[in-house]
Design a protein around this ligand. Structure first.
Ligand code: HEC
Ligand code: HEC
Ligand code: HEC
Ligand code: HEC
Ligand code: HEC
Ligand code: HEC
Ligand code: HEC
Ligand code: HEC
Length: 325
């Protein structure tokens, strides 16, 4: 691994953990706040201590938290800091201990060698350090909330204002001029989507902003509609995929707005040499079939054109001249 994680993580923690927690003193499921602060114990007497077992027997805790109780008992004291933070000591915080294919196979769907490991191209399954960059203080209550479960990174003005959308989170790193300390994206050309996406998303990228014009191949699967925005994570998997560029490899890893029964059929997405038809056809389905509009894209779905070709000359991030992406 090429980066020194610890100092970076501490920076992220200081920047964001505190920001989220500043106005919340009580730890509970109801407040969504689980990270211990310097007042832990009687007037802080337990702050900095690492032997949780000495004061908190497993059988007495979490009576109000049935969703996690049994799993915590099962994993024991190695798990505590994952949810409650380091308690003022430099302790590892474990995630994969529970979030693995055996214990929580669908939370998240993490199979596939390419995860968002902050390196391009991704290679290894994600480790605890990487989870923490994006989820520094999740409440793990079974409901994903962008402003609780995602680390609150600084925006262009340097303040950790709440996210308006999931894409907003990505753009706090993927931009040219206000990247996060420790996660700089270097060595790219200025039109590489890694840094250009913030502009592309706002001005020319039709998956990011309302546009219109004549639609030769119109047709979207319900409830996707024209004039709406599509989240980055509808097409890009953060936790694991077989595809390059972190493109989802199954419908249930993205395309979040499709009806659950359809999406969970896990329609496969295989991308080859710039042919993204199996991705596009998850949401696009031509009403009046033109070109190959009525041909199976290879994953059981039909409704897009030019299958087998490289789509990128006409559809890529930032490509405004043609139909965009
Ligand atoms: C020396 C004893 C002691 C140790 C060691 C200790 N705690 Fe505590 N902890 C307490 C006391 C006392 C309280 C406050 C009384 C209570 O709520 O049970 C407390 C409260 C808590 C709370 C609830 C905080 C709140 O605001 O409601 C959590 C969570 C917690 N401890 C987790 C931990 C974890 C995780 C560890 C190990 C890193 C740990 N404790 C180590 C004594 C200890
Ligand atoms: C998966 C997340 C998770 C892990 C791991 C976890 N906790 Fe908790 N803990 C919670 C939640 C959620 C609450 C709040 C429950 C509530 O609202 O009463 C809590 C509350 C507590 C409390 C205070 C209230 C109570 O229920 O007693 C203590 C003490 C505590 N945890 C200690 C621990 C210790 C010690 C460990 C490690 C053995 C641990 N926790 C591991 C999520 C977790
Ligand atoms: C904390 C900063 C940060 C956040 C947040 C972040 N990224 Fe990244 N991302 C990076 C870095 C750093 C790289 C690696 C760039 C490099 O190596 O040049 C990267 C790489 C990528 C890649 C290319 C990976 C590959 O294997 O080709 C994609 C795609 C990507 N990110 C999408 C996203 C999306 C979508 C989101 C939001 C859900 C997101 N990122 C959130 C920092 C971040
Ligand atoms: C680059 C940022 C990033 C990294 C790294 C990351 N996540 Fe996520 N995670 C997200 C985003 C964005 C979402 C919400 C969208 C989605 O579900 O894809 C999410 C959603 C989740 C969910 C809820 C999804 C569900 O279906 O229940 C869990 C659980 C989760 N992440 C756990 C983890 C764990 C564990 C790790 C480390 C192995 C990790 N994440 C690493 C960004 C990240
Ligand atoms: C003791 C096991 C355990 C540990 C350790 C643990 N989690 Fe969780 N986590 C859970 C459970 C259980 C859920 C809720 C799943 C459900 O009920 O749907 C959850 C849910 C989540 C979610 C989904 C959002 C939400 O609010 O439900 C995210 C994100 C997440 N965990 C991230 C992490 C990260 C990051 C770490 C490490 C810092 C971590 N978890 C450590 C058990 C654990
Ligand atoms: C030579 C250029 C070109 C290539 C190559 C190309 N397309 Fe297109 N595509 C277009 C044009 C032009 C439109 C129509 C734009 C409009 O109606 O405004 C379009 C529209 C689309 C639409 C949007 C339909 C809608 O809802 O309006 C999808 C989906 C699509 N193409 C998928 C693909 C896929 C998948 C590939 C590769 C397998 C591909 N295209 C390759 C030119 C191209
Ligand atoms: C409609 C699907 C879709 C949406 C929505 C989408 N992307 Fe992409 N993205 C793609 C495709 C397809 C590629 C080309 C992948 C490749 O070249 O292998 C790509 C490429 C990228 C790359 C370059 C990856 C690399 O390996 O160099 C980055 C970075 C990226 N997207 C980030 C984002 C971010 C951030 C968002 C949200 C603001 C987003 N994307 C929204 C489909 C999408
Ligand atoms: C997750 C669902 C989803 C996926 C996957 C998806 N799209 Fe779309 N696409 C949409 C939605 C929703 C719109 C309408 C957005 C708007 O009006 O700005 C749209 C709009 C478009 C448009 C603009 C149509 C117009 O004239 O307004 C083009 C071109 C397009 N998509 C091409 C693609 C291509 C190429 C792919 C595959 C690489 C793809 N889409 C994958 C949901 C998706």
């Amino acid at each position: 691994m090429s980066r020194a994680w610890l100092p970076l993580l501490l920076t992220v923690l200081l920047l964001s953990g505190c920001d989220i927690d500043a106005d919340q003193s009580s730890l509970s499921l109801a407040s969504g706040h689980l990270i211990l602060g310097s007042g832990h114990g009687d007037d802080g007497s337990a702050w900095g201590l690492t032997d949780c077992a000495a004061c908190h027997p497993l059988t007495l805790i979490h009576r109000q938290a049935p969703r996690i109780r049994d799993l915590v008992r099962d994993k024991g004291f190695d798990s505590c800091t994952g949810c409650h933070g380091g308690n003022g000591a430099r302790q590892p915080r474990r995630c994969v201990l529970c979030h693995n294919p055996g214990d929580l196979p669908t939370h998240p769907l993490g199979d596939g060698v390419n995860g968002h490991d902050f390196v391009k191209p991704g290679r290894d399954p994600l480790a605890d350090e990487q989870c923490l960059v994006c989820h520094v203080a999740s409440d793990m209550n079974g409901r994903f909330d962008i402003n609780r479960d995602l680390t609150r990174l600084a925006d262009v003005s340097g303040s950790a204002v709440p996210y308006a959308s999931l894409s907003d989170f990505c753009l706090r790193c993927h931009n040219r001029d206000h990247q996060q300390i420790g996660f700089e994206i270097t060595g790219t050309t200025s039109d590489d989507p890694l840094v250009a996406i913030e502009d592309a998303w706002r001005y020319s990228d039709k998956h990011g902003w309302i546009d219109g014009g004549g639609r030769t191949y119109a047709g979207l699967r319900d409830p996707y509609v024209y004039g709406s925005r599509v989240a980055c994570t509808d097409c890009h998997a953060m936790h694991g995929t077989q595809n390059a560029g972190l493109i989802i490899d199954r419908s249930d890893k993205g395309a979040s707005r499709l009806p659950a029964v359809f999406r969970q059929q896990a329609w496969p997405v295989v991308t080859r040499n710039g042919d993204f038809s199996q991705l596009c056809v998850l949401c696009h389905a031509m009403e009046t079939p033109l070109e190959q509009g009525d041909v199976d894209a290879g994953n059981g779905l039909r409704g897009v054109h030019r299958m087998g070709e490289d789509c990128r000359p006409c559809h890529r991030h930032g490509e405004a001249a043609q139909a965009g992406m």
